[in-house]
Write a protein that binds this ligand. Sequence first.
Ligand SMILES: [Zn+2]
Length: 293
Amino acid sequence: MRLDDMDTSDVEVDDQRGSGRGGFGFPMGGGGLPLGRQMGCGTLALVIIIALVFGVNPMRILGGDMAPTPTQIAPQSEASAAGKGCDTDAASKFSCQTLKSTTLTWSRLFPDGQYHPPHIAFYTGGGQSGCGAAQSAMGPFYCPADEGVYLDTDFYGELTQRFGAAGDFAQAYVIAHEVGHHVQKLTGVADKVQAAQQSASRAQANRLQVAMELQADCYAGVWAAQNRERMEPGDVEEGLRAAHQIGDDVLQKASQGVVVPESFTHGSAEQRMNWLKKGLESGDPAQCDTFGR
Ligand SMILES: [Zn+2]
């Protein structure tokens, strides 16, 4: 994906790196919402997956970075400076450029003026989100409470370092997927699903969760399709491969040796690939009705 001409000067960034706002010893008032409120698409799983996809040693990712950064009382610069934090390193730059690209795309796809972008938050090791503490092991996630896409840049740094700077489609796909959850918030689907889950059985709640995740996959595909001229040979395959590797069945098989479909929260490899493909082929969010079928 070629995104290097994206102007990131108006991307709203919450750069928590080096701010002393570590997620462990320094909770922001009230301690935030229960983790369940987050759309945890990443979780530990994602770290392992990326490891599978790219051959990074998961212990390397989970190792040092997991240690809480010592927290000191530091002035809390809550104000998100537009564009500031995007230029810190190649990983942040590419993340901001991807986010900017999704903003342009979804602004086109939503009725006039109905779309506003999420902000992007960078942290290392631990950070704070409106949904509670952010930890690297959770992988990238979207917090609906503060409309933020949270990324541990050490994790991305690792990817970037290993696979060359900007241009990694799998990395962009992950961000586009999180933005997909933001779209679900704006369309009201996220609230509806959450309400339905309150009175649902565990299995039904899981099915709804899977439908949410698959729709976010499909939306990621829609974003890519809307930017087809920027795609490079191999991008589709790379995206599909990533979607396959983060299928619940593949992950469960790898972690526990058996597959328990009732406990799926993200969908099987086949489902994830199919919905991403559906978005990629149609470029049409209306094709992403993962709830109806
Ligand atoms: Zn997700």
